[in-house]
Ligand binder design. Structure first.
Ligand SMILES: Nc1ncnc2c1ncn2[C@@H]1O[C@H](COP(=O)(O)OP(=O)(O)O)[C@@H](O)[C@H]1O
Ligand SMILES: [Mg+2]
Length: 503
């Protein structure tokens, strides 16, 4: 007892239950476990997702350095190493939490079995149900070797050193479905697929080349997914840059990927990535070559747009930059330091311009093939030497509005009011005084532009026009003709949908 302080240890049950809610999902949790295997210099990692209803189990085994009993006891503590500690250069860890939080986010019973080349296999287990059952709130880390069956112990026999994590009582992932429940089983398999895609992406730079690691998913090696298609000739690398903030280097390398016409259908589908082409544009942040962020404009004030989707920019960070870039525990977030925002914005803008110029260029070629401009919203009339501006009643959208209206008279009246009261003299004066005061229509309003474009497109399609033809016609319409990159990206979408539905 002390007069100066109370000891305020957290209750094990309460803290564990809160740590479960960190926000991992199965793929990000497994990625965090594999970080440890790679840091432990494993050449192979085997993930086995075994379906058996409520007895389903996930095992993650590696042939890395393994742990002695002391090391394992320490490693099992939440907060096994301070986030402020200096780490070896190639360490993928940071908070001393991953193994515990990632595991118990997916299971209620984590058992770790490990051996080194000098020490025999040792075992430790966090069993959340056991801890709750004691009612003491004590941090009881179980350790009897017979907690695992002889077969489970034998799984390490073939390695000089290595580690296995057993995840039992998988909770939400399997629910309470019996082993022969096909829907639950299918869900389990789909999750395994999602894991495979996620790991292929996160660890792609470890999965090939010298000293590569092989990750076996249910017996099959995972193939790397390279977001930059560096092996494909048509990929255009832009010049690399090093940005330094607070003495930490960030290596930046932008890429503009090839337009789909330069890829086979399979290549194009594969390059899309787990979330699709549009979602995977932007910055890719790697920490020690391990991917944290897979396509994001990092809050630099830029939106994801179809016509920028060929822009992917690599950022390489060392693990000493964790604090500066605000890496989170789940390693799924990073935020650029304020000092680098302007540079990153500049690089993003250049890369986006280059990427959209591919669509603009293609759009211009199609425009040339199609010939004359099609529909203007405004027509200019001269009557008795006087100028009038008239809303084109043949514009697809105008036609549609008139068609669907229950009463046409007010709309006609509105049109003629707009036509008659257009402040033409004022516009002329403004334009003469400040010629640059008028921007390009829809400049800086991409969402409105797309909405207008889609509305005109829909009107044409409802009018019986072929979808591909209608999309092409947009290229000739004011003001969309000034945005060939946006229209061409849209056109590609329409063409791909058509191909998909005809398959
Ligand atoms: N597969 C493994 N092989 C060897 N050591 C491991 C393995 N997994 C975890 N460890 C040890 O456990 C420690 C704690 O891991 P973890 O909770 O993920 O935190 P961090 O990776 O941030 O250090 C690691 O630092 C490492 O020493
Ligand atoms: Mg870790």
């Amino acid at each position: 007892m002390s007069d100066d302080y109370d000891i305020a240890s957290p209750g094990a049950t309460e803290l564990f239950e809160s740590l479960r809610a960190f926000g991992y999902d199965l793929p990000t949790a497994l990625a965090d476990i594999i970080d440890n295997s790679i840091t432990a210099r494993a050449r192979n990692v085997w993930i086995d997702m075994h379906w058996a209803g409520p007895q389903s189990r996930i095992m993650i085994r590696d042939d890395g350095r393994g742990m002695t009993e002391d090391a394992l006891r320490q490693a099992m503590k939440p907060g096994s190493l301070s986030p402020l500690a200096d780490r070896p250069k190639d360490d993928l860890g940071r908070f001393g939490l991953g193994m515990k939080t990632a595991s118990i986010s997916q299971c209620r019973c984590l058992t770790v079995l490990s051996r080194t080349d000098r020490s025999a296999a040792v075992l430790r287990r966090w069993d959340l149900d056991y801890i709750a059952s004691t009612g003491t709130g004590e941090w009881r880390l179980l350790k009897r070797p017979d907690l695992l069956s002889p077969e489970d112990h034998a799984r390490l026999d073939c390695h000089k050193s290595g580690t296995i994590l057993f995840w039992d009582r998988l909770g939400a992932l399997v629910g309470s479905a019996p082993a022969d429940d096909e829907t639950a089983q299918r869900h389990f398999r789909e999750r395994a697929d999602a894991v495979k895609h996620h790991l292929a992406m996160v660890f792609h730079r470890f999965l090939k080349g010298r000293g590569a690691v092989t990750i076996h998913m249910n017996g099959r090696p995972i193939e790397p997914w390279d977001p930059f298609l560096e092996d494909i000739d048509f990929t255009e690398p832009l010049s690399a840059e090093t940005l330094i903030a607070d003495g930490e280097r960030a290596e930046i390398k932008p890429f503009v990927l090839p337009h789909h016409s330069r890829l086979t259908a399979d290549q194009h589908a594969a390059a899309a990535g787990p979330k699709g082409w549009n979602a995977h544009q932007g910055f890719y942040i790697y920490r020690n070559r391990r991917l944290l962020v897979a396509g994001d404009w990092l809050g630099l004030g830029m939106q994801k747009e179809e016509h920028f989707k060929l822009a992917r920019i690599r950022i390489d960070l060392p693990n000493s930059a964790d604090l500066l870039w605000q890496i989170d525990v789940k390693k799924s977030r990073a935020r650029p330091p304020a000092a680098l925002r302007l540079d990153l914005q500049r690089i993003a803008r250049t890369t986006r311009n280059r990427a959209s110029s591919i669509y603009r260029h293609r759009g211009k070629i199609i425009q040339r093939q199609l010939g004359d401009r099609e529909a203007f919203l405004w027509t200019h009339l001269t009557k008795h030497g006087k100028s009038y501006y008239r809303i084109n009643r043949d514009h697809p959208l105008v036609r549609k509005v008139l068609e669907v209206a229950e009463e046409r008279a007010p709309i006609r009246a509105l049109f003629s009011l707009i036509e008659q009261t257009i402040p033409a003299p004022l516009i002329v004066i403004n334009n003469a005084e400040t010629p640059d005061a008028f921007g390009q229509p829809f400049d800086g309003a991409p969402a409105e532009l797309r909405a207008a474009m889609k509305a005109v497109f829909d009107a044409m399609v409802e009018d019986g026009r072929d979808r591909a033809e209608a999309a092409r016609a947009l290229l000739l319409m004011e003001p969309f003709s000034s945005w060939p990159e946006v229209v061409t990206a849209f056109l590609d979408e329409v063409a791909r949908e058509a191909a998909k539905s005809s398959r």
